[in-house]
Design a protein around this ligand. Structure first.
Ligand code: MG
Length: 259
C-alpha cells in the first residue's frame, strides 16, 4: 500500500469513515449482507470428529449424515432392492455382481468421506481386480482403484475423475492399507431448456493430499467416449461401484452443503 493511501485511510479512520465506507459495500458472496456485516449469521459450531488412521476408522463430524458406521447397510440399497453387499468385522465388502451400493437418500452439493481398501487377496492388473468408484448423483465418478505400483491410464487411476482428469499426484497407499477420500462435490445446474447453467465441480483430498482442485466435470462419466450433460434433478443418490472386485469400505459420511 502506498503512503498517500495509508494517509487517506488513516484520515478516514480518524473521522470514523472507514467502517461506514466498508459497510456500504454489498457482499460479493451474498447480496443480502454488506461486507463485514455483523448481522450476517455466524457459521454453526461443529465438533470436527477425529480423522481416520491406518489402525482405526475415524469418527464423523457432528452434523454429518452417517452412511456407514460399521454396523449395517440400512442407509443403502441395490438398484433392485435391498443392498446385498456384506458387512464383515465392521467393514463393507463388495458382493461382486450384485450391483452398485446406492444411498436411499438423495444429495446435491455435499462433502463426502469414505475409507477404502484393496485387500491383499485381490490381484490388481490395471483396471482389473481392484476397481470401484464413488458416483455422485449416480453419474459423476471419482475413481477408486489400487494405484500403488499398478499402472493404468492416468485418467483412470485412483483420485481421477474417470476419463476426464488424472489426479494431480498419486497418493495411493500400498495394497491392504486403508485410503481416505474427502471430496466436495458441487452439483450441476440446468436451465429450463435443458442446457447447462453451471457444471458440476469436484475437489478431492486423497489421504489428505489435494489431487483434484475444484475441477469442472465435462459431463456424466463415460467409458471411451466424451462426457456430456443431460438435465437431471437437483438431488440424486450417491453410489459405490460394483466393478466385480471385493474391495472394502468403512466410515462413510456425507454433509449436504448449501441451502
Ligand atoms: Mg471405477
Amino acid at each position: 500500500m502506498s503512503t498517500p493511501r495509508l494517509v487517506v485511510l488513516s484520515t478516514l479512520a480518524a473521522v470514523g469513515l472507514v467502517s461506514s465506507v466498508a459497510a456500504a459495500q454489498q457482499s460479493q458472496s451474498d447480496p443480502r449482507y454488506k461486507v463485514h456485516d455483523m448481522s450476517r449469521p455466524q457459521p454453526p459450531v461443529v465438533d470436527p470428529g477425529t480423522p481416520s488412521s491406518q489402525a482405526k476408522a475415524g469418527t464423523a463430524p457432528a452434523d454429518a449424515v452417517v452412511l456407514f458406521d460399521g454396523t449395517n447397510l440400512s442407509k443403502w440399497r441395490a438398484g433392485n432392492g435391498d443392498a446385498a453387499w456384506k458387512v464383515v468385522d465392521g467393514v463393507i465388502e463388495v458382493a461382486a455382481g450384485t450391483g452398485s451400493l446406492i444411498t436411499r437418500e438423495s444429495f446435491g452439493d455435499c462433502q463426502f468421506h469414505i475409507e477404502w481398501m484393496v485387500p491383499t487377496s485381490l490381484e490388481p492388473d490395471g483396471q482389473k481386480g481392484c476397481n470401484s468408484g464413488v458416483f455422485f448423483m449416480e453419474m459423476y465418478e471419482v475413481q477408486i482403484l489400487h494405484s500403488n505400483g499398478n499402472e493404468t491410464y492416468p485418467d483412470g487411476m485412483a483420485g481421477s475423475l474417470y476419463g476426464q482428469y488424472p489426479p494431480l499426484v498419486n497418493a495411493c497407499r500400498p495394497q491392504g492399507e486403508w485410503n481416505t477420500y474427502d471430496i466436495t462435490f458441487t452439483a450441476p445446474r440446468f436451465n429450463d431448456n435443458g442446457s447447462v447453467k453451471t457444471p458440476a465441480y469436484c475437489t478431492v483430498l486423497f489421504n489428505g493430499v489435494v489431487v483434484q482442485n475444484h475441477v469442472e466435470f465435462f459431463g456424466r462419466t463415460a467409458h471411451m467416449r466424451p462426457a456430456a450433460y443431460s438435465k437431471h434433478p437437483d438431488r440424486l443418490p450417491i453410489s459405490i461401484q460394483d466393478h466385480g472386485d471385493k474391495l472394502r469400505f468403512r466410515n462413510i459420511w456425507v454433509r449436504p452443503l448449501g441451502q
